[in-house]
Design a protein around this ligand. Structure first.
Ligand SMILES: Nc1ncnc2c1ncn2[C@@H]1O[C@H](COP(=O)(O)OP(=O)(O)OP(=O)(O)O)[C@@H](O)[C@H]1O
Ligand SMILES: [Mg+2]
Length: 298
């Protein structure tokens, strides 16, 4: 580790004597992430899924993506929500988009390169979406192999990226099933509030069905506790319950509640560039470290 780094910039896993982490468990040693090996790429595809709204799926997609780019990885973010929040969070106006992921899903006249956009972060690409995507959900119903549509779009570009992160809509409909079918792994953000665990059984049931019928290789990468407020006993209790329910699947990294995240949406850029030495940016760097090590392990 570089001597010049400020103590405030040190991550959870850089401490000399690791202690108890924010989830209440002893912190393991998690190796620092080195740049990817040169040579052909084959992207790990990760779906950010939770049918509950407002739990941090989009925030995690943007900031984990940007943190992975800082480690030298090339990353594609896929907006798979008709709300287009991921596109907005990266400074794209979904209303004025001429082409979006909708065209790739439903027409053969467009190529990936017609639709993909650069973002403010070098090495971070975006497949944008807007309200048209809600029509895709209806139109896909009558297609053959309708669950495999996104997989067909992403498969040919896997050799261009190290990671492809899919930001799902708050639903368990056909779009989310497409995301889970295209993915190697699923990451579930859970908000640290009272109803966080409600509906998780339905989500894990959907994941089990997709694994059984469509994508036998799908792995659960981890559960991410978000919007944690260390000042409230309530947040602590919810986090304890999440760890009790999911054990080792829960990431040691916990994302705290801070107004910096809504600010980054307005700014249209990730927290890693908007407030580069903030605790929020560091938390997503810690998460990137855990994700890379977990993806390597499977
Ligand atoms: N750690 C955090 N602290 C404070 N606010 C946050 C945090 N993470 C996300 N937010 C804010 O909470 C709102 C919901 O977050 P986000 O859009 O990431 O959730 P989502 O799960 O993608 O929502 P949806 O289900 O609508 O797609 C946003 O305004 C976002 O800026
Ligand atoms: Mg979202």
């Amino acid at each position: 580790m570089s001597q010049s780094r400020e103590k405030s910039e040190l991550g959870l896993f850089d401490l000399e004597a690791p202690g108890i982490g924010p989830t209440g468990r002893p912190l393991p040693h998690i190796p620092e992430v080195t740049p990817p090996a040169p040579g052909p790429k084959r992207a790990q595809i990760v779906a950010m899924t939770n049918q509950k709204g407002g739990v941090g799926k989009t925030t995690t997609t943007i900031n984990l993506g940007a943190a992975l780019v800082e480690t030298g990885r090339k990353v594609l973010l896929v907006d798979f929500d008709p709300q287009g929040s991921l596109s907005v969070g990266l400074g794209v106006n979904p209303h004025t988009l001429e082409r979006s992921i909708y065209n790739l899903l439903l027409s053969k006249d467009y190529t990936f390169d017609d639709v993909v956009l650069d973002t403010v972060v070098d090495g971070l690409d975006l497949l944008p979406a807007n309200i048209d995507l809600s029509a895709a959900e209806v139109q896909l119903v009558s297609e053959v192999a309708r669950e495999l549509t996104l997989k067909r779009v992403l498969e040919p570009v896997r050799d261009r990226y190290d990671y492809i992160l899919i930001d799902c809509a708050p639903s368990l409909g056909l779009l989310t099933v497409n995301a889970l079918t295209a993915a190697d792994g699923v990451l579930i953000p859970l908000e640290c509030e009272f109803f966080a665990l409600r509906g998780v059984a339905l989500l894990t049931d959907t994941i089990a069905k997709v694994t059984d019928r469509l994508n036998a290789d799908l792995q659960m990468i981890g559960i991410l506790a978000t919007m944690f407020d260390s000042r409230t006993l309530h947040s602590r209790e919810v986090l304890d319950r999440v760890v009790e329910a999911f054990g080792d699947k829960v990431f040691h990294t916990v994302i705290r509640r801070t107004v910096k995240f809504p600010e980054t949406t307005v700014a249209g850029e990730p927290i890693t560039s908007y407030a580069t030495s903030s605790a929020g940016a560091q938390a997503y760097r810690d998460l990137a470290r855990e994700v890379v090590n977990r993806c390597r392990a499977v």
